[in-house]
Write a protein that binds this ligand. Structure first.
Ligand code: ATP
Ligand code: MG
Length: 252
């Protein structure tokens, strides 16, 4: 039976901003909700693949597609062949430092785009450049899709936090989630888990509320952009860029 699969790309040209962390945790958030989900690992470092290898078999399954192993011309075919047929969400762990054409390949595969940004001057500057590159990319301009920024590794009320919030406030795209700087995230990787599965820690419960907010935003975005796994090549090139309120900033 043909199923809908919406593809969510997590991307930023800046390395180490949390793409893999966001992608794996988002996949777990969907899987824990009972939504069949898959991860597409576009990073040659294969960090999402490593994470999935640590994942205990008794937790909800998150199949990983090793997209980085294939040349871009075969990637669409890979989605056809390797994704379990009931998959509803595909989380794409994007590559840092992607060249223009590689970024185009990733953008063409995405229905929604998430950009994690860290609170440091260097990250803010590089991320600003990347956002400009993305929004002006030929593949994006030909088919604009919802874009959200994620403030990652936040330490509330620190000077860098205030600087990041000022930067995000100047952007023309919404901040759709904020996640705290917490050792839980590296612990979750070691366990092949997501923080929403680490229920024993109080801080994990607080953080889980932020993941729930992100899922809500994602599910509000343009159902018209949904595609079937079997018809990835035929999606309409029409969706408008959606904007939402910065409700997540209050959660910090
Ligand atoms: N919210 C967070 N709190 C604490 N540590 C975090 C958080 N997000 C990410 N990290 C840590 O930051 C490091 C880099 O994160 P991650 O690997 O997800 O970044 P990336 O953007 O995928 O990097 P790359 O560009 O190398 O693929 C990791 O050690 C990860 O555990
Ligand atoms: Mg990564």
């Amino acid at each position: 039976m043909e199923q809908q699969a919406r593809r969510i790309l997590v991307v930023n040209g800046k390395g180490g901003c949390g793409k893999t962390t966001i992608a794996t945790n988002l996949a777990v958030a969907y899987a824990s909700n009972g939504t069949p989900v898959a991860l597409a690992d576009h990073d040659p470092q294969a960090s999402s693949t490593y994470w999935s290898e640590q994942r205990p078999a008794d937790l909800p399954a998150v199949p990983v597609i090793r997209a980085h192993e294939l040349s871009s011309m075969y990637q669409t075919q890979v989605f056809h062949n390797r994704i379990p047929p009931d998959t509803q969400r595909i989380i794409i762990d994007g590559q840092s430092n992607a060249r223009y054409t590689d970024l185009g390949v990733m953008l063409k595969q995405a229905d929604i785009i998430l950009i994690p940004v860290l609170p440091s001057s260097i990250d803010i500057r590089t991320s600003g450049n990347f956002i400009t590159k993305l929004l002006t990319h030929q593949s994006f301009r030909a088919d604009p899709r919802p874009v959200g920024v994620i403030a990652n590794r936040i330490q509330p009320n620190s000077p860098t936090h205030n600087k990041l919030m000022h930067f995000l406030g100047c952007l023309d795209i919404p901040t759709v989630a904020t996640f705290r700087d917490s050792p839980m995230y590296s612990e979750a990787v070691e366990l092949g888990q997501g923080v929403v599965e680490m229920k024993e820690a109080r801080s994990a419960r607080r953080e889980a509320a932020s993941w729930h907010q992100l899922l809500l935003w994602l599910e509000e975005q343009a159902p018209s952009t949904r595609v079937t796994v079997q018809s990835i090549r035929q999606r309409p090139a029409a969706a408008k860029l959606h904007r939402t309120q910065r409700s997540q900033q209050d959660a910090v």
